[in-house]
Design a binder for this molecule. Structure first.
Ligand SMILES: [Zn+2]
Length: 157
């Protein structure tokens, strides 16, 4: 099963768990900066979310209701993360996607905070915090990527 525009097999929940347990795919490159360099490069909100793993308020974030065409890149490093055609309305209050743009765009870590086991999603190039992924998304892959708007930049088609 492939999604239009994607040349790779669908990422599934078992793949996410395998990456979180045993290690993530190699990124195309890595961007490592000091916290002061990140602070100079990012807006205060982007810094709190990408580097401090903060969560934006539900519905009060830039891309929650945006369905413009194009691609979403990482606000920290520009890495392509999600295609707009995989964005869907999840009634969660945050931008939600069903698939990443590529197999090595994201990294996955178990997150045991908030008294529940979740899987945190980060940019695989700069390790910036994006949000989390869960297994309650739509068919066919069943994934729901719940992503902070502040972690994203929308770029044209
Ligand atoms: Zn990044």
């Amino acid at each position: 099963m492939k999604i239009k525009g994607f040349g790779l097999p669908l990422l599934r929940w078992r793949d996410v768990l395998t990456y979180a347990r045993y290690g993530n795919p190699e990124p195309t490159c890595r961007l490592v900066l000091s916290e002061s360099d990140w602070a100079a490069r990012l807006t205060p909100l982007q810094f709190r979310v990408l580097r401090g793993a903060a969560t934006e308020p539900a519905y009060r974030n830039e891309f929650c209701r945006s369905y413009a065409p194009g691609c979403y890149g990482c606000a920290g490093c520009g890495q392509l993360l999600f295609a707009a055609e995989t964005k869907y309305h999840a009634i969660s209050g945050w931008p939600s996607f069903t698939q990443p743009a590529s197999r090595n765009a994201l990294s996955f870590q178990f997150d045991d905070s908030h008294q529940m086991q979740r899987v945190e999603v980060r940019c695989n190039v700069c390790a910036g915090h994006l949000g989390n992924v869960s297994a309650d998304g739509p068919a066919p892959a069943g994934l729901r990527f719940c992503i902070n708007s502040a972690s994203l930049v929308l770029v044209g088609e």
